[in-house]
Ligand binder design. Structure first.
Ligand SMILES: C[S@@+](CC[C@H](N)C(=O)[O-])C[C@H]1O[C@@H](n2cnc3c(N)ncnc32)[C@H](O)[C@@H]1O
Length: 463
């Protein structure tokens, strides 16, 4: 039987009452596994043809599938081609609840490793901006890698304390996802270490941090904008009570959430002041839904512009961005001519040695002084008298848009490439290496051998 922390069991027994036994028994059931199709790259029919282990559709997410627990989805070539994201089915709910439309300015505030970001990017379908922030630097690198693998073109990735975003981004977003750091009670069976780290003090500390985060969100969100707050925990302090505090500001209304297959609701009896509107939120419980524990609440900002909270902090004037000069633009043009690639549309900017195109209409000055991991598409690195394409560029291309293509349907050859091995083919110059027509990265041929340009840090060492 799963060893739950005693204090957690005592508390939940009291809260769950008649449901306690079913709730506690659910911890002994296996955790659920899922994948979500990357709609930016592949349609449903081709996906089912190429990904042999696609399982049962997830009722609440049109692009999600529950997969067999034996399957290791991170070990398939389709994963490296960015055709899916590995995500537990109930973790797909918060982005479905936010449901942005193409053209929206979206912020994913606590974004690593990128499950919600990559899902939101699919909904934007390349239009608008998906800005993803992650406080922890090491995790923000994984986030940036995931946006790269999935071929997202309108991605901005920063690593900052949420309040540091304020001077530049006050009122800038019309949709915000807050997948808050929490005590992780809903993940106990998936990650037993979360149970070992649990304590009542941790729950209180998380609740304080979550309320502070939501105060920052209030300043980042445009009037009339919407925010989805979610956790993967059961505790009322981090869920119903955060939602109640948000509604008590008088600046927000709760937006009702209805998703197919989800039954649990927020519980007014778990609030401090009996706020009934918390029942408009979803409280996903593992004994009711095939998945892990989550809480998801959606709010619309009703406060008007005259009632916007004051900002603290100054916007940095320091800018890392410069417009690419004529000489570097010429190098990029030469690369495009030689590879039959269309010259990128929009502004070409330079940060250090990297040329990139920001998402359309995005004011890059906002990013001044910020720790930035990505802005739009990093196109190429400037070398002496030439440019070398980035791996990110490869992942945003399709074979029709590039001159030389080496396409294989053979998993063995694809794995050899992903391990960093050279390929044998009579190709000259830069070449897009693909599997079933989906890019894995670049290579450069001398007419006989294609030298491997798959980034060293991403290479796999075991199949
Ligand atoms: C639940 S996880 C996010 C998961 C992510 N949304 C996804 O779907 O892949 C919460 C994230 O918040 C970050 N975090 C920790 N402390 C934070 C803080 N004070 N403010 C904002 N984010 C924080 C954590 O590092 C963690 O990556």
């Amino acid at each position: 039987m799963f060893a739950l922390p005693d204090a957690f069991s005592d508390k939940m027994k009291m809260l769950m009452k008649d449901e306690w036994k079913a709730f506690a028994d659910a911890f002994d059931a296996p955790a659920h596994k899922g994948i979500r199709r990357n709609t930016l790259k592949i349609d449903e029919q081709s996906f089912k043809r190429l990904v042999s282990f696609v399982g049962t559709p997830v009722p609440w997410c049109r692009t999600g599938y529950e997969i067999d627990s034996e399957i290791r989805p991170g070990k398939h070539v389709a994963y490296y081609a960015g055709l899916y994201y590995v995500q537990e089915p109930t973790a797909m709910i918060p982005a479905e609840a936010l449901s942005p439309k193409p053209g929206d300015m979206v912020l994913d505030l606590c974004a690593a490793p990128g499950g919600k970001t990559t899902q939101l990017a699919c909904m934007l379908d390349g239009e608008g901006v998906i800005a993803s922030n992650e406080l922890v630097t090491s995790r923000s690198k994984i986030l940036a890698e995931n946006t790269e693998r999935m071929g997202i073109v309108n991605s901005v990735v920063t690593s900052a304390f949420p309040e540091k975003l304020l001077p530049a981004f006050a009122g800038a977003f019309n949709k915000i996802q807050v997948d808050a750091p929490c005590s992780g009670e809903g993940m106990f069976r998936k990650n037993p270490d979360a149970a070992k780290q649990w304590s009542p003090e941790r729950v209180s500390a998380c609740a304080e941090r979550q309320k502070k985060l939501m105060m920052t969100v209030d300043k980042l969100l445009a009037c009339g904008g919407e925010v989805v707050y979610s956790t993967c925990t059961f505790s009322p302090e981090e869920n119903e009570q955060v939602m109640e505090a948000m509604l008590e500001t008088g600046r927000y209304e709760a937006v009702p959430l209805e998703l197919p297959g989800i039954v649990g609701r927020g519980r007014p009896e778990w609030t401090l002041h009996g706020t009934k509107a918390v029942s408009l939120a979803l409280h996903v419980m593992p004994h009711e839904v095939p998945g892990e524990g989550h809480f998801i609440a959606k709010f619309r900002k009703t406060a008007d512009a005259s009632n916007q909270p004051p900002l603290d902090g100054k916007r940095s004037k320091k800018t890392a961005f410069v417009r690419a000069d004529k000489k570097t633009i010429k190098y990029l043009k030469t690369f495009c001519d030689e590879t039959d690639m269309a010259f990128p549309q929009g502004e070409i900017l330079r940060v250090g040695d990297v040329l990139f195109t920001p998402p359309e209409g995005f004011n890059t000055a906002r990013l001044s002084g910020m720790r930035l991991l990505r802005c739009g598409i990093p196109l190429a690195e400037v070398k002496k008298n030439r440019v070398e394409p980035t791996h990110t560029l490869a992942m945003t291309l399709s074979p029709e848009n590039f001159g030389n293509v080496y396409d294989t349907d053979d998993d063995e050859i694809a794995f050899a490439y992903l391990k960093g091995e050279p390929l044998t083919a009579p190709v000259k110059g830069w070449c897009l290496v693909c599997w079933h027509g989906f890019p894995l990265g670049f290579g450069k041929g001398d007419g006989r051998i294609i030298k491997n340009h798959y980034p060293k840090g991403l290479r796999i060492y075991k199949k």
